[in-house]
Design a protein around this ligand. Structure first.
Ligand code: PMV
Length: 333
């Protein structure tokens, strides 16, 4: 099954009512504690493993969308109009083409991200999730979140997890068409949990995650052990959440991120997202741990780190990392 056929199964049949008024939607970013790295089917973005994330509360993408007869697409991201020939715009267009009522309809999309784009801070996760929420509103599909998660997954795998706050698990699923590969929230609430975003370098990433994932999967000698490791880490992480055991939760997340990067480093050509400042900061975290502090990190497809710690350690950590942006995942809004 291809994307188009899957979408036909999920969506109400055409024609969809399309308002010319703009609709707006927000989706939060998420950071995986047990990572998604590898696809079992590329076209539908079906993952090799399940994954588990924590959402970034009010940080994410705010998107407004309009559909107009007789006009070309226009994408404005953080106030800048995208060049239609850029890889980013072409990817967005290919996704929107799946839902375009006719060739004569153009989409006007404006999105503001409160996390840096393409720097491993989950901008594509919140971006595609907000876009799918906006499409649901624009065409009045009235889909449930499970279906929206499946659709968002086809834009960017991690976007499937960006429709909820808190801890979210994306289930790998077994169905060959991915109808059971969607995310769902976990019930655990952890008000004391903090994430510290360390923007060490906000330049565009060295290699897009989708390409890096594929090279790792095909060439890394360690990739064959990744699915077993993820399964084990998911079990441990859920146990840590049940027991509210911070050290177990955060040490599992850190080890999982390091294992993902070790797989990448061994790929051919090697995939490396670490910059000197990334390694220096990791060493600083390990030193603080040696001194008895409860602080850990995780890293995605970019050089930036996200620290994991508890509210009680925030004042001291702010002294070591004055630039850190602190996220309270379970803040009351
Ligand atoms: O959603 P994608 O295709 O950008 O892949 C995300 C990959 C990681 O951020 C490294 C891991 C994850 O699970 O979010």
């Amino acid at each position: 099954m291809d994307k188009q056929t899957l979408i036909k199964q999920l969506l109400p049949s055409q024609p969809w009512d399309c308002t010319e008024d703009a609709v707006t939607a927000f989706a939060c970013s998420n950071i995986a504690l047990v990572k998604y790295w590898g696809k079992r089917q590329k076209e539908l973005n079906l993952p090799v493993t399940s994954s588990l994330s924590i959402s970034l509360q009010d940080r994410g993408s705010q998107t407004s969308l309009r559909c107009q007869l007789g006009s070309d697409d226009l994408y404005v991201v953080n106030g800048y109009t995208l060049d239609v020939s850029s890889a980013f715009a072409r990817r967005v267009k290919a996704f929107l083409d799946l839902f375009r009522p006719s060739h004569e309809h153009g989409f006007y999309l404006e999105t503001d991200n409160s996390v840096p784009l393409a720097a491993g801070l989950a901008s594509s996760a919140s971006g595609y999730a907000a876009l799918v929420l906006a499409l649901n509103e624009l065409f009045q599909w009235q889909l449930d979140k499970k279906s929206l998660s499946i659709i968002a997954r086809m834009g960017s795998g991690s976007a499937s997890r960006s429709l909820w706050h808190g801890f979210v698990e994306w289930h790998r699923g077994n169905d060959e068409y991915g109808l059971d590969s969607y995310a769902a929230p976990l019930s655990h609430v952890w008000p004391e949990l903090r994430l510290g975003l360390l923007l060490l370098n906000t330049g565009v990433k060295a290699i897009p995650s989708r390409q890096a994932m594929s090279i790792t999967q095909v060439t890394s000698p360690f990739y064959s052990s990744w699915p077993t490791l993820v399964e084990k880490d998911l079990t441990t992480l859920k146990q840590a959440l049940d027991e509210k055991d911070f050290n177990l939760m955060a040490s599992t997340a850190e080890a999982n991120a390091l294992a993902m990067h070790a797989c990448m480093h061994a790929a051919r050509p090697p995939i490396n997202y670490w910059l000197p400042e990334t390694l220096a900061t990791m060493q600083q975290v390990w030193q603080l741990r040696d001194q008895g502090m409860h602080v850990y990190f995780t890293q995605d497809a970019g050089p930036n780190l996200k620290l994991l710690f508890l509210h009680s350690d925030e004042p001291i950590l702010r002294q070591y990392f004055p630039e850190m942006q602190v996220v309270v995942p379970f803040a009351k809004v």
